[in-house]
Design a protein around this ligand. Structure first.
Ligand SMILES: Nc1ncnc2c1ncn2[C@@H]1O[C@H](COP(=O)(O)OP(=O)(O)OP(=O)(O)O)[C@@H](O)[C@H]1O
Ligand SMILES: [Mg+2]
Length: 246
């Protein structure tokens, strides 16, 4: 079992979109996938299941329920879910809970994907502690250099405070090919020593219509460029893993 957290210090960069599509693409390849929605907005949950606080959610897991209880099958083969909940806003307790809970189901899954909230509250910290790898979507936008400096701080904080062993990968998301975006992307590669994936996710309207239809891209627009981008990102991550195991 390999655990990916999908996180960023910034909101709206594509964390949830990445979680939903990476998880689905891995499940279609035959891997057994568990998705965990730590965000109280529960957007990932909405894509796979009914958002309903009367069922078991991640909040119950934090309150002491067993992982088995909180896991739901989705309508997709090989793809299970621990639902997000607005109650996660008030979650308290031990940040190791998620890591310990995952140990109890580690034989059942090949990949666990944890969608994070853009903050450093308990659920995000718990995700950083449970994860082997952090995937950071980076949207090259107008704030340019500030974004890069904050990115540095974000990674340092996670490593120093929560998980020194955490590997991370950055990839460009919502890439529209604007000159300013290209300059920033270039800057990121040339001046910084980040592990940047050479796959980037394009900005495409299909992402928005897929959300409207509550479908992974592969089910919604099979041949769209962004569907291909996510498939290639999935392959690149699988390749990286092979390299890391050597
Ligand atoms: N590649 C893309 N092309 C076009 N729109 C995108 C793309 N990726 C994400 N979006 C849009 O950007 C918005 C934010 O995406 P998403 O919810 O995945 O980000 P997030 O990082 O999870 O946000 P939050 O921080 O609020 O959890 C959504 O409206 C989504 O449709
Ligand atoms: Mg999100």
């Amino acid at each position: 079992m390999r655990v990916f957290a999908i996180g960023s210090y910034k909101g709206g960069v594509g964390k949830t979109t990445t979680t939903v599509n990476l998880a689905y693409d891995l499940s279609v390849k035959g891997y057994r996938v568990l998705v965990i929605d730590t965000d109280p907005q529960a957007n990932t949950t909405y894509m796979y299941a009914r958002v309903n606080d009367n069922t078991y959610t991640l909040a119950d897991l934090f309150a002491g329920s067993k992982a088995e209880r909180c896991i739901y099958r989705t309508k997709y083969k090989n793809l299970d879910l621990i639902k997000g909940s607005s109650r996660m806003e008030e979650a308290t307790g031990d940040a190791e809970v998620l890591k310990d809970a995952l140990q109890t189901v580690k034989e059942r899954y090949d990949y666990v994907l944890i969608d994070c909230h853009p903050s450093m509250q308990l659920p995000t910290i718990a995700a950083m502690i449970a994860a082997d790898e952090l995937l950071i979507p980076f949207e090259p936008d107008g704030y340019g250099r500030n974004g890069l400096i904050i990115l540095d701080d974000y990674i340092r904080q996670i490593r120093e405070q929560y998980n020194p062993r955490l590997r991370y990968h950055i990839f460009i998301s919502k890439f529209a090919g604007r000159a300013s975006q290209l300059r920033l992307f270039q800057n990121l590669i040339e001046k910084y020593d980040y592990p940047i994936m050479d796959k980037c996710i394009r900005y495409r309207e299909a992402v928005n219509t897929a959300i409207e239809n509550r479908k992974p891209l592969l089910r919604h627009r099979r041949f769209d460029a962004v569907t291909r981008d996510y498939l290639e990102l999935t392959d690149a991550l699988l390749e990286l893993e092979k390299l890391e195991e050597v």
